[in-house]
Ligand binder design. Sequence first.
Ligand code: ADP
Length: 576
Amino acid sequence: MIAPKVPDNENERLRNLQSYNILDTFPEQQYDDITTIASQICNTPISLITLVDKNRQWFKSRVGLGATETSREYAFCAHAINEPDQLFEVKNSFEDKRFHDNPLVTGEPRVIFYAGVPLVNSAGFSLGTLCVIDHEPRSLNDQQKETLKALSRQVISQLELRKKNIQLEEELKLKEERETELIRLKDLAEKSIVAKEEFLSNMSHEIRTPLNAVIGMTHLLIENNPREDQIAKLNTLHFAGENLLALVNDILDYNKIEAGKVNFENIPFNIIEITQNLKQAFIFKAEEKGVALKLFIDSDIPELIKGDPTRLVQLLNNLLGNALKFTQKGKVCLSIEILEENPDNLLLRFKVKDTGIGISKEQIDKIFERFSQANESTTRKYGGTGLGLSIVKKLLELQNSKIEISSQPEQGSCFSFDLRFDKVNEESAFVMNYKKKEQFPNSNKSAYDLSGIKVLLAEDNSINQIIASEFLKNWNVEIDYAVNGLEAVNKVIENDYDLILMDIQMPEMDGFEAAKKIKELGGTKAEIPILAMTASAMLGVRNKLHSFGMKDHILKPFNPKELNSKLAKYTRKIKH
Ligand code: ADP
């Protein structure tokens, strides 16, 4: 017996064979059909599709044979694969010195006649054979040989198809894995946004509570006849507190705007009054710096228009604040003119012009990026966070407008934007004016007389409690306390109050729940006005307050004027 030669490219050949992933798989119809046809056409009892593995030949399909594999050493096919271009025929094994004493010849399955066509794949590797076997010496005619070759090409096609399928499945699996990974990442991103919002909301509460204490206590100290030498220091303390609060508000606001969570109001407001208030707010600083602050309002602009006054103030506040901050001499000017007038609405152009340090062309694009300033020394010299203009830009984008800027270094800058406002019809203008006069007959006086009104203060934080009650006591308000929502409801059941100041975040039962319970009491109890005290600047709270039956809200840290006028407004104690 002569052992079969191992092909020169054996390692690569084996790798190729493995890439079909076919060894030791179950029988399959398409391969069995081929061996059946081969054995019938060649008229042999045995037909096989064999694959030559490292140490064995394994049969993917077999007709007339029980064994699933035999040792490579004895395999006829192991010889056949060495001649890839030819049909390998052994007419009589006994007469062939390579096979005459082969156990597969001398014993079962008695391979006396063998004809095999190598299965050569597209890369040129012989993987195995399609072969026919008989127990007697014989040969194949030309037609049988051609058919066997044709059938072997069918086997190769099946094998290639199988490989393509495997590749496709792998690609599909990879794609699915990638999709799952993307979904996971998206989930993670969404969760982290929620977490970030929660964090901000909590931080807002955590930061505002102590700030409330700082600002409120400073206020009380200033009002409590401080020593002459303490006044400046207290003012600084108060100013620093207010600044820190503005900063916290800016950061919160930016995040809300970025998350697209801004609702714009469309309510009537007095634009003349708003701009005059703004001027008032900045005049002190302007005078201090020796910078003139001018206001020009087109006389055709009606006093009352409809839109979002809070956001408008926020826009102008940012621009005026910057203008004044970056101007050392000359003037800062706010002008408002009508750009377009329709029966229902007005397009107004707002311009904030200064004669300050200006901004170079290269810096202009940069300043609208968040946390970015024209140059690094800005923070050191002027303070600020670099958030103001990003907020302005986003707020305008959300209202389909944009900020325009022209500037000359050392000469000054001009920031402008256009916004559309609805006109207010005469009837509602009259009602608004009337209401205002009725409610604030003495608006020039600083505080309304609240003596004798009885207020329930539901607040769990003791510092907030002290501050609120210091203010209330100053105005001779009678105060009762509750430290959680449940206690508040019980106090309302037992006593009569003119108004309830309700903290929102409280243990046991929060402010919303307590308000709901109080409304459910019905009768006069349900009529008691409830003002929410909220440290959270998160939007959406305002709508929620109304749906729980609360009239209005007061943002902590308290602005005493706001607290006083809201108490007056809702208890109707407005005589002085
Ligand atoms: P902040 O004022 O807190 O630094 P802003 O976003 O409001 O942040 O402004 C970004 C930067 O744009 C400022 O730091 C400043 O360099 C520049 N800038 C804004 N307004 C003016 C202005 N009126 N004149 C000169 N530079 C300005």
